[in-house]
Design a protein around this ligand. Structure first.
Ligand code: FES
Ligand code: FES
Length: 239
C-alpha cells in the first residue's frame, strides 16, 4: 500500500493540493504532479542547479528536498517570471537580458540561472561581477562560459533600476555606480581598456582579441569569454 500524504504548495501564486509519496522529490512534484516542466533536472544530486526554484524567496535546489518538506511553502518557478509586475507585458528583465546578451546556448541551465539571478537581484539590486558570479556558483553551464550570463544579469539590474519606482519617480542611481556606468553599454568585466563584447566586429582582426589584458576573447562579436578559471565555479552549493 502506498503511503501518500496531502501537501499544499503555492506555486507562482496559485495554491495546489496534491498527494505525494514521502519520498517524492520537490522537483518531481513540480514537473510531474503540477506539470510545470520549466524547472529542469540535470543531475538529481544537487550539483548542477538546473532544478533551482525559489522557496519562500530563497533559491533552493528542488532535487534536494522532499515535496513533503515544502508543504505550505510559496514556490516560484521560471513559469512565474513573466507574470511579475516588473515584467510589464512581455518578458521579465532577466529573461530579456538572457536574450539580449546571448546568455544561453542550449538553454538547459537557464531556468535555474534565472531563479538564482532573481534571488540575487531581490536581495542586491546593484551587484558587482563578483557578487553575480558568487550567486550563480551553484549553477553549472556547460555551453556559455558564464561571461554572457553575468552580462545578462547585469543587463537586468540596469533595466530594473531604470523602471519607475512605486512613488512615481525613477529608481535612484548612485553617481558613479555600475548602473550609471552601464549607460554606455556593458563592458567586458574587469578590463575597462580592452575590447568589449559589443565592440564593432569590423574593429577585430582574427584572434586579435586574445590580447585583452589577460582575459580570454576569441575576437568574435559576443564572445562568451571562454571557459572560466574561477575557483568559485566548482559547482558550489546554493542550497
Ligand atoms: Fe538538482 Fe542538478 S537536478 S542540482
Ligand atoms: Fe547550455 Fe547553459 S546554455 S548548459
Amino acid at each position: 500500500m502506498t503511503d501518500e500524504r496531502e501537501i499544499t504548495l503555492t506555486v507562482n501564486g496559485t495554491e495546489h493540493t496534491i498527494e505525494v509519496e514521502p519520498r517524492r522529490l520537490l522537483v518531481h512534484a513540480i514537473r510531474e504532479d503540477l506539470d510545470m516542466t520549466g524547472t529542469h533536472i540535470g543531475c538529481d544530486t544537487g550539483n548542477c542547479g538546473a532544478c533551482t526554484v525559489l522557496r519562500d524567496g530563497e533559491p533552493i535546489k528542488s532535487c534536494m528536498m522532499f515535496a513533503t518538506q515544502a508543504d505550505g511553502s510559496e514556490i516560484m518557478t521560471v513559469e512565474g517570471m513573466e507574470d511579475l509586475p516588473e515584467a510589464g507585458e512581455e518578458l521579465h528583465p532577466l529573461q530579456e537580458g538572457f536574450h539580449e546578451e546571448h546568455g544561453l546556448q542550449c538553454g538547459y541551465c537557464t531556468p535555474g540561472m534565472l531563479m538564482s539571478g532573481k534571488a540575487l537581484l531581490d536581495e542586491n539590486p546593484d551587484p558587482d561581477e563578483g557578487e553575480i558570479r558568487d550567486a550563480i556558483s551553484g549553477n553549472l553551464c556547460r555551453c556559455t562560459g558564464y561571461q554572457n550570463i553575468v552580462k545578462s544579469i547585469e543587463y537586468a539590474a540596469e533595466e530594473l533600476a531604470a523602471q519607475p519606482a512605486t512613488d512615481g519617480g525613477t529608481a535612484a542611481v548612485e553617481p558613479g555606480s555600475s548602473v550609471e556606468a552601464a549607460a554606455d553599454g556593458p563592458e567586458t568585466a574587469g578590463d575597462a581598456d580592452g575590447p568589449t563584447a559589443t565592440d564593432d566586429a569590423d574593429d577585430s582582426e582574427p584572434f586579435e582579441g586574445y590580447d585583452v589584458g589577460g582575459e580570454f576573447s576569441c575576437g568574435a562579436e559576443n564572445c562568451c569569454g571562454g571557459p572560466s578559471t574561477d575557483a568559485e565555479h566548482d559547482g558550489g552549493d546554493n542550497v
